[in-house]
Ligand binder design. Structure first.
Ligand code: ADP
Ligand code: MG
Length: 377
């Protein structure tokens, strides 16, 4: 029995009608570009969030999670509206709201995706429930439509102004691939991504420094980007091509907006370059682009932190082909593209340096590009 099904039996009694699982993701490259109509290249983790769901005959939604065992919610569907419930249960309650269904159900959640690490436990949770309700209630939404609806859960119900990458990754990734998502074109392309075949591992260093998207910094970066686009007279920073960057920067009065714009425009180009380097099996270029992306986030976008910078530096010192922070930033995780033979040593080095600095011991693990959300029971 799955973890979620077990919790379901303990809390609600009996068996769920089904269990759905949706993965967290690592964003290989393309950070803070999705809400600028730009390009991203995430892949799905093997680590998943499970939602065990049973339809009810009335209009009540009951919610519980192994990760928050002290709280069980019971809410009539007619009361579902942004603001209620607050906190973690909003990620679940906002799904039927976004799917515009008033059918009652019981749902038990259990997750192996680290929470708040920049690996998108939020979208894993939302998408597990979303896919489950879509199947169970026969709503007939395609995965693309489901990604759009479930993004509304996070943006409009929870109130986190994230771009669309996380839901796309959780629902549409496939094993052995990263997904190139072009937000402006609303197109996706599966890009073969198989580091082990090249003798490499993607090592994740979760610094355990916790961000909160509600904590203003993410929203402040988003506002900077909107201001820069307005000042440049474009709909979004995606409209500024790499070739036009210098002239665009010359038209911005604010030094801060220059830096934000330079990050977004160069980062879009790096996503294209990484996809091309992967197609050419040119892993050293992939690595260099990841490292360049970290410098850009650190100095121009100012969305890194000391722990992330040290993790990146130590991964590179340990022989990584490239390393960068991943996710929204201000904490969370870094990734390194590390030769498999050096992975153990790299982990040891990062742990030792974190200890020397008096940082919280990091969580370090290898990830493999895995499939998107599925029904598992
Ligand atoms: P990330 O997506 O990087 O993990 P977010 O801040 O976007 O970080 O989302 C984390 C939030 O999602 C948590 O604070 C919690 O509210 C909710 N969440 C994620 N997974 C679970 C879970 N298994 N049980 C309950 N809440 C969860
Ligand atoms: Mg998230």
């Amino acid at each position: 029995m799955t973890g979620a099904a077990q919790l379901f039996r303990t809390i609600f009694g009996g068996r769920p009608d089904g269990v759905w699982a949706a993965p967290g993701r690592v964003n290989l490259i393309g950070e803070h570009t999705d809400y600028n109509d730009g390009l991203v290249l995430p892949f799905a983790l093997a680590e998943r969030t499970e939602a065990a769901i049973r339809r009810r005959d009335d209009r009540l939604v009951r919610i519980c999670s192994s990760q928050n065992p002290q709280q069980i919610f019971g809410i009539p569907t007619r009361e579902l509206a942004p603001g209620w419930p607050a906190g973690w249960a909003a990620y679940v309650a906002g799904v039927p709201w976004a799917l515009e269904t008033d059918v009652g159900f019981d749902v038990a959640i259990d997750s192996k995706v680290p929470v708040g690490a920049g690996l998108s436990s939020s979208a894993a949770l939302i998408c597990a429930v979303g896919l489950g309700l879509n199947d169970l209630l026969e709503l007939g939404l395609s995965r693309r439509e489901l990604a759009q609806r479930t993004r509304r859960t996070e943006n409009d119900y929870v109130g986190a102004p994230t771009g669309g990458m996380d839901q796309i990754a959780s629902l549409l990734c496939t094993e052995g691939h990263a997904v190139l998502y072009d937000v402006r074109a609303n197109s996706i392309e599966q890009v073969p991504f198989d580091p082990p075949a090249a003798g490499l591992e993607v090592l994740v260093v979760d610094t355990r420094v916790r961000h909160g998207h509600a904590d203003g910094e993410y929203a402040a970066r988003r506002e900077d980007c909107e201001r820069a686009a307005t000042a440049l007279g474009v709909r979004s920073l995606r409209e500024i091509g790499f070739a036009d960057l210098d002239s665009a920067l010359g038209r911005l009065g604010s030094k801060r907006l220059v830096k934000r714009t330079r990050h977004v425009v160069t980062e879009n180009q790096r996503v294209i370059d990484v996809a091309a380097a992967l197609a050419a099996d040119d892993w050293s270029s992939v690595g260099e682009l990841l490292t360049a992306a970290h410098a850009s986030i650190r100095y121009d976008f100012e969305a890194s932190c000391t722990e992330l910078d040290i993790a990146v530096e130590m991964l590179l010192d340990s022989g990584a082909a490239g390393a960068r922070m991943t996710g929204g930033g201000f904490g969370g995780a870094a990734i390194g593209l590390v030769p498999s033979a050096l992975a153990y040593e790299a982990e040891h080095t990062v742990r030792a340096v974190f200890a020397d600095n008096g940082f919280t011991p990091p969580n370090i693990f290898t990830v493999v590009p895995s499939a998107g959300a599925t029904r598992i029971a």
